[in-house]
Design a protein around this ligand. Structure first.
Ligand code: HEC
Ligand code: HEC
Length: 326
C-alpha cells in the first residue's frame, strides 16, 4: 500500500516553527544574568552537540546548530539576552540538564518529580471526565498536524509517532504528562503547553478529535530478520499488558503499539528500559531490563508489523477530509 507521508521538509518546517515558539516561551523563563554565563552555556551546548547524550533525532541537532550560530552572532553584536535565549532553546531540545540545579537548591526551587506527577494526574483525571468539543479539537489539531501530519500518521522514520487510533485515554495521559513535565517531548511542548492551547478542556477536545482518525499500517518497520524470536519474546514479555496484537488497553492506559513506526518504538523502549522516560510503567521497565540489542530489535520489529482490525485501518488512499484545502 502506498500512502502519502509528510515530507522531511514538512518536518523541518515544523521544527522551525516549534523553535520560534520554544525560544519565545523560554525567553520568558530565562532571567537575565552575567555575561560569563554565556560562554558556560555555549560549552555545555557544544558538548551536547558532540555527544548527543539523550539521543535526540538528527533534525533536533540541526535545529540547535542553527540557533547556536545565530546565538554567537547575536552575542558578538552585544545582544546578550537574545543570544542566551537561542542557547536556551538548545538546552531544551538536546535535553541538557540545568547545571545550576544542585542538590541543595532543588529542594527550594522548582517542583519535585512527585509534584509534577501529581499535577499530571490531576489534569488527566479532569480531562477524562469532560465531553470533547470536536470543532475546537480540530482547531487545535491543525497545529499538531504540522508534525503528526493531517492524518495523524507521524513520520516513517519514527522521529514523530503515529497517534491516529491511539486510545483517547492514552493520548490524554501522554499530553498531561508532557505538559506537566512528567515526560520530555521538547519539540512538541511549545504547541501543547496550557498557555498555548488552553486547559484540560482543550486536552479533552484535541484527544477527542484524534480519536476520529484512521490508522495507517504503512508505517516504518524493522529489517524483518528476526521475527520468530520477536514473536516469542512478545508473547512472553509484552502481550499480558499490550494485548495479543499490541492493541493496548484503554482502561489501563496501556498504549496501542501495533503499526507504530519501528524507530519510534525503539527510541521509547530504550528510554523506558534505561529510565529516561519518567512516566514509564515501572513493571514494564522491570520486565525488559535484560533486553539487549538483538532482543529489542526483534520484538519491536514484530510489534511494528502487528496490525489493528481491518475496520480500524485507513482505506487505501484515505486523506483527512478536514484538511481538504491543504
Ligand atoms: C514540533 C512537532 C510536534 C508538534 C507540533 C506536536 N507534536 Fe506531538 N509529538 C512530537 C514528537 C517528536 C513526539 C515524540 C516524542 C518522543 O520521542 O518522546 C510526540 C509525541 C506525542 C504524543 C505521545 C505519543 C505516544 O505514543 O506516546 C502525543 C499524544 C502527541 N504527540 C500529541 C500531540 C498533540 C495533541 C499535538 C498538538 C497539540 C502535538 N502532539 C503537536 C512532535 C510534535
Ligand atoms: C506491566 C505491563 C507492561 C508490560 C509487561 C510491557 N509494557 Fe510496554 N507499556 C506499558 C504501559 C502502561 C505503557 C505506557 C506508560 C506511560 O503511561 O507512559 C507502556 C509503554 C510502552 C511503549 C511506548 C509506547 C508509546 O506510544 O510511547 C512501548 C514501545 C512499549 N511499551 C513496548 C513494550 C514491549 C515491546 C514490551 C515487551 C517486551 C512491553 N512494552 C511490556 C505496560 C507494559
Amino acid at each position: 500500500m502506498k500512502r502519502e507521508q509528510t515530507t522531511a521538509s514538512g518536518w523541518r518546517r515544523g521544527v522551525a516553527i516549534a523553535g520560534i515558539t520554544a525560544a519565545t516561551l523560554l525567553g520568558l523563563l530565562v532571567a537575565p544574568s552575567g555575561a560569563e554565563e554565556f560562554s558556560e552555556l555555549l560549552a555545555q551546548v557544544d558538548e551536547a552537540l558532540r555527544t548527543n547524550p539523550s539521543r535526540v533525532p538528527r533534525e533536533a541537532l540541526a535545529s540547535c546548530e542553527a540557533r547556536r550560530r545565530s546565538a554567537v552572532a547575536l552575542y558578538r553584536s552585544g545582544h546578550d539576552a537574545r543570544a542566551r535565549r537561542r542557547l536556551a532553546f538548545c538546552t531544551e531540545v538536546l535535553h541538557i540538564p540545568a547545571r545550576a540545579a544542585t542538590a541543595e537548591d532543588t529542594s527550594s526551587s522548582g517542583p519535585t518529580a512527585d509534584e509534577l506527577q501529581a499535577r499530571a494526574t490531576a489534569e488527566l483525571e479532569g480531562a477524562l471526565r469532560l465531553t470533547p468539543d470536536l470543532t475546537n479539537g480540530l482547531r487545535i489539531y491543525r497545529e499538531c498536524a504540522a508534525c503528526h501530519t493531517p492524518e495523524g500518521w507521524g513520520l516513517e522514520n519514527g522521529s514523530v509517532p503515529q497517534i491516529a487510533g491511539q486510545h483517547r485515554t492514552v493520548v490524554i495521559k501522554q499530553l498531561a504528562d508532557i505538559r506537566n513535565g512528567n515526560r520530555d517531548a521538547v519539540l512538541m511542548l511549545p504547541y501543547a503547553a496550557a498557555e498555548v492551547i488552553g486547559g484540560k478542556q482543550s486536552v479533552a477536545d484535541v484527544a477527542g478529535y484524534i480519536d476520529t482518525l484512521e490508522i495507517s499500517t504503512a508505517t516504518g518497520k524493522g529489517d524483518g530478520r528476526d521475527l520468530e524470536l520477536g514473536k516469542q519474546l512478545f508473547r512472553e514479555n509484552c502481550a499480558r499488558c499490550h494485548g495479543e496484537s499490541g492493541e493496548g488497553n484503554a482502561e489501563e492506559f496501556v498504549p496501542r503499539i501495533q503499526s507504530q513506526h519501528y524507530n519510534y518504538l525503539v527510541r521509547q523502549f530504550e528510554w523506558i528500559r534505561d529510565g529516561k522516560r519518567r512516566n514509564a510503567n515501572p513493571e514494564m521497565a522491570d520486565q525488559i531490563h535484560e533486553f539487549r540489542d538483538r532482543e529489542t530489535h526483534a520484538v519491536l520489529d514484530y510489534v511494528s508489523r502487528l496490525e489493528p482490525p481491518v475496520d480500524m485501518q485507513a482505506p487505501e488512499g484515505w486523506k483527512n477530509p478536514d484538511f481538504a484545502n491543504r
